[in-house]
Design a protein around this ligand. Structure first.
Ligand SMILES: [Cu+2]
Length: 336
């Protein structure tokens, strides 16, 4: 049961909106017109005007699972580029809907989603602001919404919302940091593994220092329902950032909200090649915990990381659990 759009129609519509200039502004003019250090791979021009090779991963880095052919470079912008900082109270609507989504080339799975995508939409708020989050269950199963961070236990979201039901969670955003949200209905692992999770960014009052910001959430897909993951992905689509590197200007500050919502594998990580980064676990502190090239996450664990890329070129990222990298969770930042 679903009133969500069919497979890629929603993405296509979003692409169309972006092509007329709505959304995606965080990429900014700094991303336009750049050229890559490696001219051998500079064989195409992407939608943002940057010259880039469609074979950006290069020989030998084709994964077991590649990105679906149908997805354009901008297809994941909405769940990769956070909205600008929000100040003041917000009303947010989340609908739980079922969809069939191509998570890798030729690999489609039945997902349970918030608003039609997995991960769901990025929620962004400022610490102390009031959020009114209304969840409507448009499926045949019980679901609900549980947020990490601080809130009243009356709004904790473990009580099921029945099929056709609705509940409004009243949350005071906090603490400043990075907090996932997810369904918390039994069986828990299955509800999360089928796609019911997303990211909430809570900014400190006064905001953070300007940076190019991205959200990267690691997850696994159990496409044959055997309680194990066959495919892994950053932001839900295997091989997407291997095909379409995240382009950033050389030398500019970069902030990535990284989280691990993988079920069935107890440990994940984010590993960056050729550069190190500052780690702010859970995003709650203002002093980096460590400067490193690998940050390890248990399930539900997350961190804000900050770095710059000082030299033109491609900087690979993947979990250091290499079976995950091989099975789709491979990507690049391209400093242009
Ligand atoms: Cu659920």
């Amino acid at each position: 049961m679903s009133d969500a759009p069919d497979d890629q129609q929603g993405l296509t519509r979003r692409d169309a909106l972006r092509s007329v200039g709505l959304g995606g502004a965080a990429f900014g003019a700094g991303f336009l017109g750049g050229t890559l250090a490696d001219p051998a791979s500079a064989t195409a021009q992407d939608s943002r005007g940057a010259v880039y090779g469609s074979d950006a991963t290069g020989p030998g880095y084709t994964g077991v699972f590649d990105a679906p052919e149908s997805l354009a470079a901008t297809a994941l912008d909405e769940i990769t580029i956070p909205p600008p900082a929000q100040i003041g109270s917000q009303s947010i609507s989340l609908a739980v809907v079922e969809r069939h989504i191509e998570v890798a080339a030729g690999q489609t799975m039945a997902q349970w989603t918030f608003n039609g995508s997995a991960p769901g939409p990025i929620i962004r708020a400022t610490e102390g602001d009031q959020l009114e989050i209304t969840v409507t269950n448009k499926t045949d199963h019980n679901h609900n919404l549980h947020l990490h961070g601080r809130h009243s236990p009356l709004m904790d979201g473990w009580e099921p919302i029945p099929p056709g039901g609705q509940f409004t969670y009243l949350i005071e955003a906090g603490p400043a940091g990075l907090h996932p949200y997810h369904c918390h209905t039994m069986p828990l692992a299955r509800h999360v593994a089928k796609g019911l999770y997303g990211t909430m960014i809570v900014d400190p009052v006064g905001g953070r220092q300007p940076a190019h910001e991205f959200v990267l959430t690691l997850s696994g897909w159990d496409i044959n329902d055997d309680g194990r993951n066959e495919i892994y992905a950053w932001n839900g689509v295997a091989g997407f950032f291997a095909k379409y590197p995240i382009k950033v200007p050389v030398g500019d500050p970069i902030r990535v909200y990284v989280g691990n919502m993988t079920e069935y594998d107890p440990i994940g990580s984010f590993h960056l090649h050729a550069q190190t980064f500052d780690v702010f676990p859970t995003g709650t502190g203002s002093t980096p915990f460590i400067n490193t090239d690998t940050v390890v996450f248990g399930q539900g664990e997350r961190a804000i990381i900050e770095f710059t890329l000082p030299e033109l070129g491609r900087y690979m990222f993947h979990p250091h659990q290499h079976h995950m990298a091989e099975a789709g969770a491979m990507g690049w930042f391209a400093a242009i």
